[in-house]
Design a protein around this ligand. Sequence first.
Ligand SMILES: Cc1cc2nc3c(=O)[nH]c(=O)nc-3n(C[C@H](O)[C@H](O)[C@H](O)COP(=O)(O)OP(=O)(O)OC[C@H]3O[C@@H](n4cnc5c(N)ncnc54)[C@H](O)[C@@H]3O)c2cc1C
Length: 406
Amino acid sequence: MSHEKIETLIVGGGQAGLAMSEHLGKRGLPHLVVERARIAERWRSERWDSLVANGPAWHDRFASKAFDHIDAEGFAPASMIVNYLEEHAREIKAPVRCAVEVTSLRRKGDGFLADTSAGLIEARNVVAATGAFQRPVIPDIVPNSFGIPQIHTAHYRNPGQLPEGGVLVIGAGSSGVQIADELCAAGRRVYLSVGPHDRPPRRYRGRDFVWWLGVLGLWNAKAAAPGAEHITIAVSGVNGGRTIDFRRLAGSGVTLVGMAQAFAGGAMRFAPDLAANIAAGDRNYLSMLDAADAYVEKEGLDLPAEPQAREMAPDPECVTHPLLKLDLAEARIGSIVWATGYALDFGWLNVDAFDSKGRPIHDLGVSPTPGLYFLGLAWLSRRASPFIWGVWHDAEHLAGVIAKRG
Ligand SMILES: Cc1cc2nc3c(=O)[nH]c(=O)nc-3n(C[C@H](O)[C@H](O)[C@H](O)COP(=O)(O)OP(=O)(O)OC[C@H]3O[C@@H](n4cnc5c(N)ncnc54)[C@H](O)[C@@H]3O)c2cc1C
């Protein structure tokens, strides 16, 4: 079995691993990236076919590299993001070794020993860059024995993949709303279970939402607002980018329902919270407009007023008279798509670096275990941390810390 030594081992060849490689490379620090599959694997095989970036190309990118072949205001398709990251790896000559999985990593002396599918690797420093969205989570609500096909959004590709019949989509963050919209446009009968969410304006007064997050200082927020930790965000860059509007979705045929609560006798029960969730989403939307207006006023900017952005259609029938129970057979539901998010999975990291809930302990990515670093986690340093442009800056910071350790 091979046994090699490297100063810094980066585990994961997604955007986080590549950003880390770029910054270590710039400092001339020896390192190796190991990736269990291919560069940017999640963007290749764990995203649906029609997915485009949630932010425009001028924003959803590394600070060091622009997208070619797309308008700066356009939203890059997932395949373009794969090409972009592969090209970046080539340009920076990233030492990436694909098809090498770290199966376990443990402490050895003042460094680490990684057991990989291709032998042992010893490293003084290790950067865990395996993503914030690792293990698809499906709540234990509908037993497999019921027999209806159930998939997570990580395994959804396109409407044709689902068996005939209606679809119950559970979860109305960016993934759930985009998939529900796509299924409805493909002629499927769709029920969409809507929980607490934020739904910011895609554009307001001529500027994209991500621009507003920047000038309002919200990308730099250090943590989710208290009580808002479990609120999902619904945005989309599909069709040039449109604000998520649940009334429009209902108008195009999607039946909105409240949070999925329990399943018995072949029927799903929904909480009576739909109207409240829609109203809270509206308040979030309007609060962004208010904050943007206040900023324009304070800075004396010349951005066109957009009063029509505050107009809302009346609540649709499915919101005013919500369905609280859906018999799946009666409604001819052929499948369930769970848009219920992801959990972390650091099963390979056999180092005392986690709290009692299994969350990595770190300060801006620096673990209390000397030489161990995390990158790409949600809220690692701020709101921007798990996203393409944010992770690049976090990697720059970690490279500085690693350089000092040597
Ligand atoms: C549906 C969806 C849409 C998103 N859209 C956007 C967007 O538009 N813009 C944006 O900025 N962000 C977006 N994100 C968030 C984030 O940018 C992506 O999740 C991105 O893939 C994270 O990159 P990463 O490098 O941190 O992790 P990952 O892309 O998850 O990369 C980690 C890599 O580690 C590898 N790996 C895991 N375990 C091991 C191991 N033990 N040994 C070796 N290799 C291992 C995996 O194969 C993977 O390639 C989206 C997320 C989701 C889920």
